[in-house]
Design a protein around this ligand. Structure first.
Ligand code: G1P
Length: 292
């Protein structure tokens, strides 16, 4: 079955970024000049997704406004003949023409698994993608989500995006156990949320892109709180292993973890340096700061 829908869990409180996230969703923090969540929505559209389901909570109005039209701003720019800026607005507007965006509320912060489960009635029993907006992954040849969707089309399995991480970092992620790979896909035999280094079954971490078979939603309904006392998506996936096929794909693409302050700053710097108009000013500044 084709994957038509994608869930964006966006209800988190963003406490790692306080105070900027006190009155502003962390998903709206920019990477250079584009909100983090827009990268994910663009990736979903480029991967053939037709419906984006945003799971939001209180204080997330700015996300809704961002993907809506701003007639007032358009008039303002038209009067001043700013075709260049109108073009940037039009590009954002087009996103909500290319995909239906629906919103549902997670009423309590009970964890990632609970946020995904909140969207179950909109998913209507279909296989469904999940994108974590914190994890920005750019790939010029094929968007990461499309890589996963293609793997799902071949296997019918739940597909997890994974990449090797240094052993010292395994406790920050969901980690897979695998008994080998077939056709470039790891056969997943177990998943563990945020293991301590000594207990990690591998160094392959799940990095924020999933295609979930409907069985995962059934399990989410009765998954108890796990790591961090939160209902974990990883735990629901684990409960399907054995009865349902779960595979992991070592994806291609540049990965930016924008969910921590150092990761966010790194992503901004790296993306800014890729922009010709900014690199000219930034490169000498960086050299100066490093004392070269
Ligand atoms: C979540 C998932 C984890 C995954 C990570 C990727 O954790 O629970 O399995 O590896 O995203 O970024 P979080 O970063 O929300 O703590």
């Amino acid at each position: 079955m084709t994957v038509r829908k994608a869930i964006f869990p966006a209800a988190g409180l963003g406490t790692r970024f306080l105070p900027v996230t006190k009155a502003q969703p962390k998903e709206m923090l920019p990477l250079v000049d584009k909100p983090t969540i827009q990268y994910g929505v663009e990736e979903a559209i480029a991967s053939g997704i037709q419906e984006v389901i945003m799971v939001t909570g209180g204080g997330k109005r700015a996300i809704v406004d961002h993907f809506d039209r701003s007639v007032e701003l358009e008039h303002y720019l038209q009067e001043r003949g700013r075709a260049d800026l109108l073009d940037i607005l039009a590009r954002v507007d087009r996103l909500s023409d290319e995909v239906v965006i629906t919103y549902t509320q997670q009423k309590e912060p009970l964890g990632l698994g609970h946020a995904v489960w909140t969207a179950r009635l909109l998913v209507e029993g279909e296989p469904c993608a999940v994108l974590l907006a914190d994890d920005v992954i750019l790939c010029e040849t094929k968007p990461v989500l499309k890589q996963l969707i293609d793997a799902h089309a071949e296997t019918g399995a739940t597909v997890l995006a994974v990449r090797k991480v240094p052993p010292s970092q395994v406790s920050r992620y969901g980690i897979i156990a695998t008994n080998g790979s077939r056709n470039g896909l790891h056969e997943v035999t177990d998943v563990v949320e945020k293991p301590i280094e000594a207990d990690a079954p591998s160094d392959l971490a799940m990095l924020g892109r999933y295609v979930l078979a409907p069985a995962v939603f059934e399990e989410l309904g009765h998954t108890d709180p796990g790591a961090g006392k939160e209902i974990q998506l990883t735990d629901a996936i684990k409960r399907t292993i054995g009865r349902h096929h779960v595979v992991a794909l070592e994806f291609e693409g540049d990965y930016y973890d924008t969910g921590t302050v150092p990761g966010y700053l790194r992503a901004n710097l790296m993306m800014a340096m890729k922009r010709e108009e900014l690199r000219g000013e930034l490169a000498p500044l960086l050299r100066e700061l490093l004392g070269d």
